[in-house]
Each structure stands twice: as C-alpha cells, then as structure tokens.
Design a binder for this molecule. Sequence first.
Ligand SMILES: Cc1cc2nc3c(=O)[nH]c(=O)nc-3n(C[C@H](O)[C@H](O)[C@H](O)COP(=O)(O)OP(=O)(O)OC[C@H]3O[C@@H](n4cnc5c(N)ncnc54)[C@H](O)[C@@H]3O)c2cc1C
Length: 451
Amino acid sequence: MTRARILIVGGGFAGVECARRLERALSPGEARIALVAPFSYQLYLPLLPQVASGVLTPQSVAVSLRRGLHHTRVIPGGSIGIDTKAKVCVVRKITDEIVDEPYDHLVLAPGSVTRTFDIPGLTEHARGMKTLAEAAYLRDHVIAQLDLADAATDPAERASRLRFIVVGGGYAGTETAACLQLITTAAARRYPRLDTRLIKWHLIDVAPKLMPELGDRLGTDALRVLRQRGIEVSLGVSVAKVEPELVTLTDGRALPCRTLVWTAGVTASPLVATLGAETVRGRLAVTSRLTVPGADGVFALGDAAAVPDLAKGDGAICPPTAQHAQRQGRTAAANVVAALRGTPARPYIHKDLGLVVDLGGKDAVSRPLGLQLTGLPAQAVARGYHLMALRTNVAKVRTLTNWILNATAGDDYVRTGFQLRRPATLRDFEYTDTYLTPDQIQARTHAFRPR
Ligand SMILES: Cc1cc2nc3c(=O)[nH]c(=O)nc-3n(C[C@H](O)[C@H](O)[C@H](O)COP(=O)(O)OP(=O)(O)OC[C@H]3O[C@@H](n4cnc5c(N)ncnc54)[C@H](O)[C@@H]3O)c2cc1C
C-alpha cells in the first residue's frame, strides 16, 4: 500500500494546528506529512506589538515548530506556485533552490500580507507590523529616534524624530500605538535630558470608529484610554503622501515625522492567485468543508481563504483572526483524514469567542464571550488568554517571565543596531514578489499532469 502524501503550506496558526492534528490521527504507515514553512517557528502574531515595544523578546512569540511536530517533514522555504491539475506544489527553499513537491492532499494556509494602497511613498517609507523582523526593526527604529532626538541640537529635527504615526485603528494598530507610546513616554528615566512632552503619537484611521468589531462601548473606552494618555486619534482621515521626513494626511495636515507604521489591514497571500481558482475579495473561495471547488484534494483555510461563517449565517465570511485559523486547522485535519478513509467530511462552524486588546500597562479592553471588560479585569483576561493560547509550555514560561521582568524592572532602551543601514520598509519583508506565473508553473509541472 502506498502512503498518501499530505502537503501543508504555511506554518502559522492554521497550518501548524492541522499538522499537529494529522500527526495525532494518522499512523506513519498511513500517510507522509510535509510542511512548507519559510521559518522554523510559528509566529504568535497577537503579541507582536509587545515585541515592538520591548515588553517581550522576539523568542517569546516565536513558537518552535520542532518542539511540537514529531513526524512531519518540515521543508524550509516557501511555495511559489501550485498546479492543481498536476497536483504539484513548487517550492523555493531558503537556499533559493526550486523543487517540485507532488501531493495527494494539499492544505493551503499561507496566511496574509499587509494590504497597501497606491499612496505615494508608502511602500518605500512606511514600516509594517506583520512579521517578527518588522517588529524587531520597529523597536530599534523607535529607540534610534529617541537616541538621535536626545543628541540633536536642531529643534526641528528633534520634533520630527519624536513624532510617530500609526495608521490603522484595528486591534493591531491600536495595540501597537498604545504599547509603543507607553515605552517612549516612560523614557524620561533613561533620557533625563529629553523633554518627553515633545513626544507625539498619532493613531489615524479612515473609518469613523476604532475597532468596530469590539462594539460601541469598548471602542469608546479604548479611545478614551488612548486620548487620556495623550495619543492623538484622528478618525475619518488617511495618508495622502509619505516622504522620508514628512507625512501628509488627507485632511491637509503635513506632519514632520520619520516613523509611519502601516497596519491598515491584510490581504490574502499572493500564492492564492497562482491557483487560478475563484476568490472572494482576494481570499480563496472554499466550501464550508474547506475544500477548494474544482481542485481535487485541495483544502484552504485561515487568512488566505474565504471560509463561510456558518455560525453567523447570511453568507458571512469568517474574519481573518487567529481564533478562526486555528480551529479551521482542526477541521481541515479531520477532513483530510475523512478523505483518506472515505468517511464524510464535516463543516467548519465556530461561534466567535470575542476579542482581547492589550493597551499596555494596566490598560486593556476585552469582550470574552460577549462580556464587556475594561482595565485590570480586561488585562487579566487578555494575558490569561494569550498564555493559554501559546502552544508550548516553554513559550508560556518565557512570555510570563518577560511580563514580570518588564513590569518590575522596566525597559533598558537597548538598540541592537544590526539594521541601522538596512532599509526596513513595507517593501522589504513580506513574501510578495517571488511567485511564478501560470505559464512558468506549467512549464515545470507538465510532466506530472495526467495524460
Ligand atoms: C499585529 C497583529 C495582531 C493580531 N492580533 C490578533 C488577536 O489579538 N487575535 C486574533 O484572533 N487574531 C489576531 N491577529 C490576526 C491573526 O494573527 C491571523 O488571523 C492569523 O495569524 C491567521 O492565521 P494563518 O495560519 O492563516 O496565517 P499566519 O498565522 O500568518 O501563518 C501563515 C504562515 O505561512 C507562511 N507563508 C506565507 N507565504 C508562504 C508561502 N508562499 N509558502 C509557505 N509558507 C508561507 C508565513 O510565513 C506564516 O508562517 C493579529 C494579526 C496581526 C498582524
């Protein structure tokens, strides 16, 4: 009997959960499981703003793939094209070598990339908050601005270095602005010469509300906390132009500023487009059983797929959250096993458990199971939730220890300096321009196609 080849693309919330469940459900004699993953860790994205603000070390949110997966062949690289007729996934390894991986069952979970718009200067000058490298670079950059402002003799230079703009009033942008603002305003202890009143944080969003998914009351509570801390929140406003030392907003304001953090939403991984399959607002159209219509043996899930939200009904699509991605990983694993054993597949259905938003220090807002919480109770729920959700005990202990250390000893404002001369903009980090065209894919895979 030949063993079925199961290939998972993407080692994030959805892909890793699927691999774990498959390892548990299948004996090594039944199937060979492989995972294509550019990194050797699963990034716990909800805590990324705390890496940018230095509350957590990068290792705390990089959960080891090797600790959790025991029988899966991890292929270090990224998929750059898929031929669903030939049943082949083309992979570029981290050495740039390109290899073909034939599969019987394919689980597509490459997640999403930062969504950008055609705004002059945006990709060249804005910084993202979607990868571990971006968070680490942002932290270094912000501390560099404090160091340079402290040493500056020109007041105009000092002012532009001490103004920080975050675009995007969803949970990623709100948490990033809130957590980073806390560390910069707490800098007085380490920068006694610096007038911290000059530090200005702005959070802007084109929408009329912050985090509308939290509901009116909690969105308003979050807004109040941010404004009390001195963060200027501008709603109904976006960015018109970005220059190295100036950001122009759509309301006409031109703000001298050298730090623009762009967190205005995500779009499905460009890998999706290489399938030539139907999409819904860029995400791969899938059935409620996570199968891709017209592509035999292919499942898609997480941020890359438009999974029907059966718990909401009315044709709703699951929002791109870790909560859904991880649970879809379980359903995908169950349905791959069902396909192997010829048993019925099950639909994905999950009622949203709510959201937790950590605003740093003692501030948070959260809506667990519909309960509206603010302040310390919300913070306890938020941190408890993250500790539970982190996959390995080592990651939990590392995170908890970092929280305790930061709460008691504060920040050291250490800048690593590795990236001082390297650009670190939206253009530099994401897996966006490495994909093959349909013709290039077929030129490689035609030998595998059924005749
Ligand atoms: C700053 C931030 C904060 C967030 N906070 C929350 C929160 O509090 N709660 C919540 O529920 N959600 C939150 N989210 C959203 C959540 O992280 C995503 O919805 C979730 O990660 C989606 O899971 P996924 O498995 O689809 O993708 P990911 O977890 O992003 O995993 C995709 C993986 O695929 C890899 N990959 C990409 N391209 C390829 C390729 N071509 N080949 C192979 N591998 C590839 C990526 O490197 C990545 O490892 C946050 C997101 C961000 C950016």
